[in-house]
Design a protein around this ligand. Structure first.
Ligand SMILES: *[C@@H]1O[C@H](CO)[C@@H](O)[C@H](O)[C@H]1NC(C)=O
Ligand SMILES: *[C@@H]1O[C@H](CO)[C@@H](O)[C@H](O)[C@H]1NC(C)=O
Length: 424
């Protein structure tokens, strides 16, 4: 195992809140570790995701996103590590779509919609991830008639049982001696055998077991498994990515060919991994939001209506007319605000820190997290078993210092200036 020190990317919570975005039912594969401080703040968590060739670790302060890379390689020289880190930064920018200015969108949505205007302070930093289409497709086949905690368990089991571990890494929790195995998401060929169904049923996937196996088989049959691309992915995975270039309706037609993929699942994939920003996946929760807040007709006394294509279209048109071409993104903020798990979000702990610090950010009063103790710098890269509780400690490269300078320089300007500055 080889790991880099944390690198810093100046990024206010208003642009990205990991606590919201990684836990609101977009991706089901991030592990979250509580780093054990008494006061719950954004700094208090580390998030990890295993990609095909590396583990990405993220932390966040009100002003900065920290990222580090762990690879299975026994050792790397400085140059290789720098390359690894540069690749991870490209991935971070792409996965979180950081070229899109979320603060500007919030201003637009609030101007167009009173309901959004009331939520915008509490639910900051909720943006759409740009996920891997293959992982996204299989995860949302699991999502039918299901809830976030159960989908998370199923997706984790899928990785544990069908994908060998890429590497083991020590837990980031202070004083923990735990070493954790990390599995990437399995490729299509790992799920296409008929025996997959039986295994998945045994793991509690129910009727979704057959859908996953059959969809994998369809993809493998149509696109073969070889040759693998240099990035280690299979032809079917690359083909799924090419669907991004199709217009929404054509892309949807491709997706609904697969087993277990109806309009709702297809629309989740279109929105979350295929760049279709206007698409609203309509389920009962979204329908209820439309009824409760936006004057759509409800169903019977219990509010139950059978979803049909006409109503589905009406709800989509309604929301696009309210929020505009990023309607799918705006819907995600409303959707999150209605989740039970987010009932206290933005009122106490994690996000009260978040919303409390947002105005400070706007006034340019933020400061980088303060080191708490003197961890020897030279050791922090390779020897330190767990990262320091304040990631800033392990920053030491010139590029990081440059980031700091930019951050200080721009903190005097408006948020918009800062975002612009970050882009340059
Ligand atoms: C999720 O669904 C499972 C199985 O239907 C159920 O046991 C569990 O209580 C549900 N969890 C939540 C948080 O609703
Ligand atoms: C970790 O262990 C050290 C030394 O044993 C102790 O002083 C410290 O309080 C512990 N930290 C936590 C978070 O438990």
């Amino acid at each position: 195992m080889s790991l880099t020190a944390f690198s810093a990317l100046p990024l206010p919570l208003t642009q990205l809140s990991l606590a919201a975005v990684l836990q609101c039912g977009q991706s089901f594969r991030w592990s979250r570790y509580h780093l054990g401080n008494d006061i719950k703040t954004p700094e208090d968590y580390e998030y990890r995701l295993c990609l095909r060739d590396r583990l990405v670790c993220l932390r966040q302060s009100p002003t900065t996103l920290y990222y580090r890379t762990v690879t299975p390689l026994a050792s790397e020289n400085d140059e290789q590590r720098a390359l690894r880190e540069a690749e991870t930064l490209v991935w971070v920018n792409n996965y979180f779509q950081l070229d899109i200015d979320l603060s500007k969108l919030y201003v637009e949505w609030a101007a167009r919609d009173k309901v959004f205007d009331n939520l915008k302070e509490r639910f900051i930093g909720i943006r759409m991830l740009r996920q891997d289409p293959w992982e996204n497709l299989i995860s949302f086949i699991c999502s039918s008639n299901n809830n976030i905690s159960r989908i998370t368990k199923m997706v984790q089991n899928l990785c544990t049982y069908f994908s060998p571990p890429l590497l083991s890494a020590p837990s980031p929790v202070p004083n923990s001696t735990e070493v954790i195995e990390y599995h990437p998401f399995p490729p299509p060929s790992a799920l296409s055998a008929t025996s997959t169904s039986t295994t998945l049923r045994g793991l509690g996937f129910g009727y979704r077991a057959d859908f996953i196996q059959k969809t994998s088989k369809m993809l493998v049959d149509a696109h073969n498994t070889k040759p693998n691309y240099p990035d280690g992915r299979e032809p079917a995975e690359h083909w799924l990515e090419t669907i991004r270039a199709l217009p929404t309706a054509e892309a949807r037609n491709e997706l609904v060919q697969f087993m277990g993929v109806g309009r709702k699942v297809a629309d989740c994939v279109l929105l979350m991994s295929m760049d279709k920003k206007e698409v609203i996946p309509v389920d009962t929760h979204v329908h209820q939001i439309a009824v409760k807040h936006y004057g759509m007709k409800g169903g019977n006394a219990k509010g139950k209506t059978t979803m049909n294509p006409k109503l589905y279209d009406e709800i989509n048109e309604k929301f696009v007319s309210i929020w505009g071409k990023y309607a799918g993104w705006a819907h995600s903020v409303l959707f999150t605000s209605e989740l039970k798990a987010f009932a206290a979000y933005g009122l106490a702990d994690v996000s009260s820190a978040a919303s409390a610090s947002a105005p400070a950010l706007l006034r340019g009063q933020s400061s980088p997290p303060k080191p708490k103790s003197g961890v020897p710098k030279a050791k922090s890269e390779r020897i330190l078993p767990t990262p320091p509780s304040t990631p800033a400690l392990s920053r030491k490269r010139k590029s990081d210092e440059a980031e700091d300078v930019r951050q200080t320089d721009s903190s005097a300007g408006s948020l918009a200036d800062r975002v612009k500055q970050r882009r340059r």
